[in-house]
Unconditional design. Structure first.
Length: 317
């Protein structure tokens, strides 16, 4: 059985009140009486009445703390999905064949998915030539949005698209023994893939990968910006402008072998609703078990006692 206060900070008001009373109300030994400002109390009855008034105010102030006593403890189980967003941050994601850019479009989709989640845990793994966990699984969506804001193509040095490592990190980071489905949502243009990623995907157990193709099959050049101004386009060793194109086949195969789905990103965002609908049908697992204490509030009883004492000692006596 636990007894505490809803507004414990009010205790400072109570202490201040007590100090003021002790300061103003002192016993005058020379006059053998009590003095309160310029008033003097010669009889025990007057002292008794003043004590009753102080006690009534004490009960009223105590009621302001909103005292409460524990009634019961309720266990609340929270179910949801564990979702890792794997975001391609290679240079090709700067291409602008999807306006304003592939990277911007990928982040828009992630944002919309997060906005439609409830109770699920999310994490971010950016990847290029390398991959790492930028944000581990959490149900703090506000934190997730902050991490998403800083995702860009400057996060990882070097070229390439190491999808295999990103998937491996995600699969090893999921909680062991999870009964529900575990989800990877992969955003990439699918370029420069390694065939080993398909072999890895086939070994995954209870992990579904949903892939979203970011870009167009016609492709586009990779812009180079300096201080916000366009300074040309990325060129190969022969001086030719590099044209990056969406590679659908790899992304489709990754999703198919894991029981997921492939979506093609469009300007109209049709893929977002489809993705949200599909993951909402997945089997959720228990990801958190919270214990909530239920309290019975007692402030009304202390307030009633205080008011009754005040009426008795101030009005009736």
């Amino acid at each position: 059985m636990e007894f505490n206060f809803e507004k414990i900070d009010y205790i400072y008001i109570m202490l201040f009140f007590i100090l003021i009373i002790f300061f103003l109300l002192g016993y005058n030994k020379k006059r053998k009486g009590f003095s309160f400002f310029n008033l003097k109390f010669k009889t025990k009855w007057e002292v008794f009445k003043l004590t009753g008034l102080i006690l009534s105010l004490g009960f009223i102030i105590f009621a302001l703390f909103e005292p409460k006593i524990e009634k019961e403890t309720v266990s609340i189980k929270k179910e949801g999905l564990d979702i890792y967003f794997l975001i391609d941050v290679s240079n090709s994601m700067d291409a602008e064949d999807l306006k304003p850019s592939r990277m911007h479009r990928a982040k828009e989709i992630v944002q919309e998915v997060i906005n439609n989640l409830q109770g699920d845990r999310i994490g971010f793994i950016p990847f290029s030539s390398d991959a790492y966990i930028q944000m581990p699984l959490t149900d703090d969506y506000t934190m997730g949005r902050l991490f998403l804001d800083v995702v860009d193509t400057n996060m990882i040095y070097g070229g390439g698209t190491n999808i295999e490592k990103a998937i491996k990190i995600a699969s090893e980071s999921f909680s062991a023994g999870t009964k529900g489905d575990r989800v990877i949502i992969l955003f990439s243009d699918g370029e420069e893939h390694d065939e080993r990623v398909i072999a890895l995907a086939k070994t995954l157990n209870n992990i579904k990968i949903y892939t979203i193709g970011i870009g167009t099959q016609n492709g586009g050049p990779i812009p180079i910006y300096e201080k916000g101004n366009l300074n040309g386009y990325l060129k190969d060793k022969n001086g030719e402008t590099v044209i990056t194109k969406l590679n659908i086949s790899t992304l489709e195969e990754i999703s198919n072998v894991t029981g997921g789905k492939f979506y093609l990103s469009t300007l109209f965002g049709d893929e977002i609703k489809l993705l949200i609908d599909d993951i909402s049908k997945l089997k959720k697992s228990e990801i958190k078990n919270n214990e909530i204490k239920i309290y019975t509030h007692l402030f009304q009883y202390f307030l009633l006692i205080g008011l009754l004492l005040f009426i008795i000692f101030y009005i009736l006596l």
